[in-house]
Design a protein around this ligand. Structure first.
Ligand code: SAH
Ligand code: SF4
Ligand code: F3S
Length: 436
């Protein structure tokens, strides 16, 4: 009999990828994914530890699930992902309703872990080993995905930005060999995927022998059936000549790049241990746009890093204009256990962080709004990858990753069509099919 699996995913795209892979691992055991935890046999929270708020969400969800569990069926409740890795045993103590805690590098062992959790109910099973290598060696073939799919090519991080938990929750950098990545690419392309996003915590640090990410992108793009390639998330210090050339020459590499800079202040960038200054970034943005003039750049920003003055913050606002970002995500600095920045003096008061975040976001919203407005009247290729909200509508993505709502026949699902943009909304575009 089919068993019901409910996975709730928090955090980044790597976690989204991992959740899909967990479902792949559990499929041979008869687990079928469902949309609600109610009545599920196995509930997995795939968690994120990046900021305090993200981590705390997990415990409120565990509270809700405790009531659900008390109310009836014999559900197995599991916590995976980065909070599991960081807090391990403490989760079992703080939330005894949890049957299983497993880290991002152990989910290939889910079948045996779940079996143990079933046998040893009430005890709490823990597996947070951190070497990533064995996981990729033991994962089954990827299940069928939609028109756009992820492939993890690199995991973990050796950079140790002083604010960041990722090197601790994901472990050191590991690169998957090209033949493995290309095999996964062929399999996805044969089963209907035409847009591939190469994923890594620090994806452009990917290397294998004399291959760098630029070469891997070209090889993925050359796979029959692949029409679009993207990669995320990259670090400015690892953008090399080969990668810039790929942007210039590989037409299937899409003209949208998320390349976080975090701050525009050299002093703060140094304290963050980013390994580059603001001018390095300006120059890089310039070189990338020379290689690919229509390239749209986006970033992440942290406000209120310890020691950040009004002048440092102003430097961030200035860099936004100079680098020409089309959009960005911004966060208040959150001191994380075990990271260097949490211990620095000069922690910025909460009110100051909130005030700076509000100013930054007001600026970013107007920039994004302007960019979306500029699209009106343009025609662009849209990959339809989801049904729309209304009947007769499809939702697709532009080359620049914007969601586009279009009235289109269902047969166009999974294909790329030219769309004329008619309206810009806050976070999406509306368009009509351009006459063939
Ligand atoms: N590996 C990626 C993303 C890391 S996490 C990279 O290197 O860019 C995603 C974003 O969360 C970061 O870019 C950063 O802006 C933000 N972030 C990470 N740690 C944070 C912290 N302690 N407080 C606030 N924001 C943080
Ligand atoms: Fe975190 Fe920095 Fe590594 Fe990104 S590069 S995952 S921000 S340590
Ligand atoms: Fe969060 Fe872990 Fe991703 S901490 S951002 S889920 S790598």
């Amino acid at each position: 009999m089919a068993k019901k699996l409910y996975i709730k995913t928090y955090g980044c795209q790597m976690n989204a990828y991992d959740s899909e892979r967990m479902a792949d691992v559990l499929a041979p055991l008869g687990y079928v994914s469902v949309e609600e935890p109610d009545g599920a046999d196995l509930v997995i929270l795939n968690t994120c530890h990046i900021r305090e708020k993200a981590a705390e969400k997990v415990f409120s969800e565990l509270g809700r699930l405790k009531r659900l569990k008390a109310g009836g069926r014999s559900m197995i409740l599991a916590v995976g992902g980065c909070v599991a890795q960081a807090e391990g045993e403490d989760i079992l103590k703080r939330a005894p309703q949890v049957d299983l805690v497993f880290g991002p590098q152990t989910y290939h062992r889910l079948p045996e872990l779940v079996a143990r959790a079933e046998r040893e109910r009430g005890i709490g099973v823990l597996d947070i080993d951190i070497a990533p290598e064995p996981k990729f060696d033991h994962l089954p073939e990827t299940g069928v995905r939609g028109p756009a799919a992820f492939i993890a090519v690199q995991e973990g991080c050796d950079r140790f930005c002083t604010y960041c938990v990722v090197p601790y929750t994901r472990g050191g950098e590991y690169c998957r060999p090209p033949d493995e990545v290309l095999k996964e690419t062929r399999h996805l392309a044969e089963t209907g995927t035409c847009e591939i996003t190469l994923l890594g915590q620090n994806v452009n640090a990917w290397k294998s022998g004399d291959w760098g990410l630029g070469r891997l992108i070209r090889a993925v793009a050359a796979t029959p059936g692949v029409r679009r390639v993207r990669y995320t998330t990259s670090h400015p210090a690892h953008v090399d000549e080969e990668l810039i050339r790929a942007h210039a020459e590989e037409e299937k590499l899409m003209p949208y790049l998320h390349l976080p800079v975090q701050s525009g202040s050299d002093r703060i960038l140094k304290a963050m241990n980013r390994g580059h200054d603001a001018d390095d970034y300006r120059l890089l943005a310039h070189r990338l746009k020379q290689a690919r003039p229509d390239l749209a750049l986006s970033s992440d920003f942290i406000v209120g890093f310890p020691g950040e003055t009004e002048a440092d913050f102003q430097a961030t606002l200035d860099l936004i204009d100079e680098a020409g970002f089309v959009l960005a995500y911004s966060f208040k600095f959150s001191p994380r256990p075990g990271t260097g920045a949490a211990l620095l003096s000069g922690q910025v008061p909460e009110e100051v962080k909130s005030e700076r975040l509000a100013r930054l976001q007001a600026k970013l919203i107007s920039i994004q709004h302007r960019w979306y407005e500029e699209m009106v009247g343009q025609s662009m290729d849209v990959l339809f990858d989801r049904p729309g909200r209304h009947a007769g509508q499809l939702l697709g993505r532009s080359p620049f990753m914007q969601p586009v709502h279009v009235k289109a026949p269902a047969e166009l699902m999974g294909s790329i069509a030219s769309v004329r943009i008619t309206k810009g909304h806050a976070n999406s575009l509306a368009g009509i099919l351009a006459a063939a």
